[in-house]
Design a protein around this ligand. Structure first.
Ligand code: FES
Length: 109
C-alpha cells in the first residue's frame, strides 16, 4: 500500500534521551530519540488509556506512567505485564532536518 509521509517537526528539537507526543488526525504518536535515532510508536498504552509520553524513557524503553509496563519505543515490543500487546511502531525518516512518519495512505485524513 502506498505511504504518506507526515511531517512531525524539527528533528533537532528532540534531543537524545527525550520523547514527545505528536497528535495527528486523532492519532497519538510517541516520538523518542534513542541515542540519536528517532523512533515512533503509538502513544497510548495497550493496557489502558495512558499516554506514554508522560512516562519515563530509559535507553530504548518507555515505562508507562500508570502501571509500569515497559515498551520498546523503536519496535513497540511490550516487555512486561500488565500490558500484553505490543505497541504499533511507525517507520521514521529524517529528511531536510524534519521528522517524517510513514503512514499507509488509507490511514491519513
Ligand atoms: S495503562 Fe499502561 S500499564 Fe496499565
Amino acid at each position: 500500500m502506498p505511504e504518506k509521509l507526515i511531517d512531525a517537526g524539527e528533528a533537532s528539537a528532540l534531543h537524545p534521551g527525550k520523547m514527545q507526543r505528536f497528535d495527528f488526525g486523532g492519532r497519538r504518536i510517541l516520538l523518542a530519540n534513542v541515542a540519536g535515532r528517532i523512533c515512533a510508536v503509538d502513544d497510548t498504552c495497550t493496557h489502558e488509556d495512558a499516554s506514554l509520553s508522560s512516562g519515563v524513557l530509559e535507553d530504548v524503553w518507555v515505562r508507562c506512567p500508570l502501571h509500569g509496563s515497559r515498551f520498546n519505543v523503536c519496535t513497540g515490543q511490550a516487555l512486561e505485564e500488565p500490558a500484553e500487546e505490543n505497541l504499533r511502531s511507525y517507520p521514521v525518516r529524517i529528511e531536510g532536518g524534519r521528522i517524517l512518519i510513514a503512514l499507509p495512505e488509507g490511514e491519513t485524513p
